[in-house]
Design a protein around this ligand. Structure first.
Ligand SMILES: CC(C)(COP(=O)(O)OP(=O)(O)OC[C@H]1O[C@@H](n2cnc3c(N)ncnc32)[C@H](O)[C@@H]1OP(=O)(O)O)[C@@H](O)C(=O)NCCC(=O)NCCS
Length: 184
């Protein structure tokens, strides 16, 4: 059974307005939407709430402090060569970023993806849902392949790729697994 269900969704005028709603394993309703420049504080808060292991798996280093140019890079996405989605959950009536995923086009037709879900929200299907939406955007944009570099012990990330239903190739090296997914 799928970890989440699409209950509603639409693509607005351009992917800058992308928004869809999903239901997670625990019944929680979440919005998956385009990252906005005004998400800055919430994005930094999400990093602060992430464990050392999660940060290491995302950045290949336990990185909590980011220089201003890095923050600008993460926030100012053009939704063409750099696409970023966030998942927003309700915490006591307040919308909070629980995770996100992005791709960056590295050559024509090919983009690199990266994911991060705050620990307390992992295992609820957010990773799978982000994968689904990111792949749909990539397909609509005419991309052919999404690639990722994953630490060999990162079972949740490898499972998300495996369960995406996309044709997949993997090259295992001692320190990293190179994953390539066909999106067309
Ligand atoms: C990888 C990651 C994005 C997956 O997100 P997620 O929301 O947990 O993913 P899902 O809930 O869709 O789960 C995917 C699978 O991993 C499993 N899983 C999730 N968290 C797990 C954990 N801590 N231990 C073991 N399995 C786990 C889930 O059970 C699911 O498998 P199943 O469908 O067979 O049950 C998330 O774990 C994360 O942010 N990790 C740290 C950052 C990272 O690794 N980034 C990847 C860099 S490319």
């Amino acid at each position: 059974m799928r970890a989440w269900q699409r209950v509603a969704g639409h693509v607005g005028s351009g992917q800058l307005n992308y928004s869809a709603f999903e239901t997670l394993r625990d019944g929680r309703r979440v919005e998956i939407r385009a990252l906005r420049p005004d998400d800055r504080a919430d994005l930094i808060a999400a990093v602060a709430r992430s464990s050392a292991q999660s940060l290491y798996r995302r950045f290949f280093a336990v990185k909590r402090d980011f220089a201003e140019p890095e923050i600008e890079f993460f926030l100012n996405v053009d939704f063409v060569d750099h696409v970023a989605l966030v998942t927003v959950v309700d915490e006591s009536g307040r919308p909070v970023i629980a995770g996100g995923a992005r791709y960056i086009v590295i050559e024509p037709g090919k983009a690199e993806v990266a994911f991060a879900v705050v620990d307390r929200y992992q295992g609820q299907g957010l990773g799978a849902a982000l994968m689904h939406h990111l792949a749909a955007i990539a397909r609509e944009a005419g991309l052919k392949e999404l690639i990722a570099e994953v630490l060999p012990d990162n079972v949740p990330m490898l499972k998300v790729f495996e369960k995406s239903g996309l044709a997949r190739s993997m090259k295992r090296e001692p320190q990293v697994v190179h994953v390539a997914l066909r999106v067309c």
